[in-house]
Design a protein around this ligand. Structure first.
Ligand code: IMP
Ligand code: MG
Length: 170
């Protein structure tokens, strides 16, 4: 059973305000926005549409870290970034920060392999109660309790990503 946890209106207004903060920070600078697929796809698409700069480019990386509802603590790169990121400023967009293992591993991987000049991070949801690694992100949508959520890009066994709201699966 699905129970709405964060409705469309709240998501819309929070996404807009984060995007406006990012817009203010980046100004006219060339920035590469990267979506960590698949979970952040909807959030990513909504964020970038609020940014008026004509100097942003986008790219994607696809990782897998979860099987069912549990973090495996390991990430697999299913698809890598295709642009040359060396010396460029990037903004990495992720759906959820839970234990922190995925984002930490991903950031280290991007730094080592792609050598950008800077990485800022944007997450839709923060579940601080399960954090294992100490990781600071630059922008956070909502801080939530330790509940398993789906919708707005997030899945349970690949389903529910299309829902326009964030729901708890009970
Ligand atoms: P971490 O490695 O424990 O920080 O887990 C982060 C990853 O697990 C995110 O990229 C999410 O895709 C996934 N994840 C964590 N919590 C949830 C959830 O409640 N619903 C769906 N995916 C989740
Ligand atoms: Mg994910």
């Amino acid at each position: 059973m699905l129970k709405i946890y964060i409705d469309e209106e709240r998501i819309k207004s929070r996404v807009k305000s984060i995007a406006k903060e990012i817009e203010k920070e980046i100004g006219d600078k060339e920035v590469v926005f990267i979506s960590n697929l698949k979970g952040s796809i909807i959030f990513f698409a909504d964020i970038i549409r609020h940014i008026k700069s004509t100097n942003i480019v986008i790219d994607f990386i696809a990782t897998e870290s979860y099987s069912g509802r549990k973090s495996t603590g390991e990430i697999k790169i299913l698809k890598d970034i295709s642009l040359d990121l060396s010396g460029r400023d990037i903004i990495l967009i992720e759906d959820i920060l839970d234990t922190g293992l995925t984002l930490q591993t991903l950031i280290n991987y991007i730094k080592e392999v792609h050598k950008p000049s800077s990485i800022k991070t944007v997450i839709l949801l923060d579940k601080p109660s399960r954090r294992i690694v100490d990781l600071k992100v630059d922008y956070t949508g909502f801080v939530i309790e330790d509940v398993f959520v789906v919708g707005y890009g997030m899945d349970y066994d690949e389903r529910y990503r299309n829902l326009p709201y964030i729901a708890i699966l009970e």
